[in-house]
Design a protein around this ligand. Structure first.
Ligand code: FE2
Length: 183
């Protein structure tokens, strides 16, 4: 499957631009992590890109969210490894995270929200001058971007990363596509 095809399918299924940006941000961080670990960048990037493709179709129904997404991704031709990562990024199905790809998608998903929120509270609302140390401070403020689940982000330990490195790498990855994110 080509990236273009994945993006076309996302645009056909998701209207909300912020949700699409969330998927692009997840892709960018997953690509950076694949490079960091010497894993398959296309596989990891496309998994991140597609992971919430069903988010509007399932209308907040967590019993179907990510099940439908995994099926849609399979129809697009992704591997079972990729479909599994998409499926288990919603814990509601009782499917455990097995592969490094599964674990990486799970901790990366909420990191995008924390980084986006940290950019948006800046006077310029941009990522460019945002520093990792300020994001780390925000990580500790529980009321800040409360939807960005800190315990889930901290599961970067399961892929062998310290929180500091995870935040730094995620921030740099999102800065790399700042224009696409409007940040
Ligand atoms: Fe997500």
């Amino acid at each position: 499957m080509e990236r273009e095809e994945a993006l076309d399918s996302i645009k056909a299924n998701v209207e909300n631009g912020n949700l699409i940006k969330h998927m692009l941000a997840t892709e960018a961080i997953m690509r950076a992590l694949a490079r960091r670990f010497g894993e398959d960048e296309e596989e990891w990037g496309l998994t991140g890109l597609l992971h919430d493709i069903d988010v509007e179709l399932t209308e907040g129904d967590m019993t179907s969210h990510s099940k439908l997404g995994a099926d849609l991704a399979r129809e697009l031709g992704v591997s079972e490894t990729m479909a599994h990562a998409i499926l288990c990024h919603n814990e509601g199905h009782g499917v455990s995270r097995e592969t490094k790809l599964d674990k990486t998608l799970f901790c990366t998903d909420p990191l995008t929200g924390l980084l986006t929120a940290a950019a948006l509270v800046r006077p310029d609302k941009k990522l460019a001058a945002l520093e990792a140390k300020s994001v780390k401070k925000k990580f500790k403020e529980k009321s800040f971007a409360a939807g960005a689940n800190r315990e889930q982000i901290a599961l970067c330990s399961e892929i062998g990363l310290e929180l500091d490195e995870f935040i730094e790498l995620g921030l740099e990855a999102m800065k790399g596509i700042a224009a696409d994110l409007g940040l």
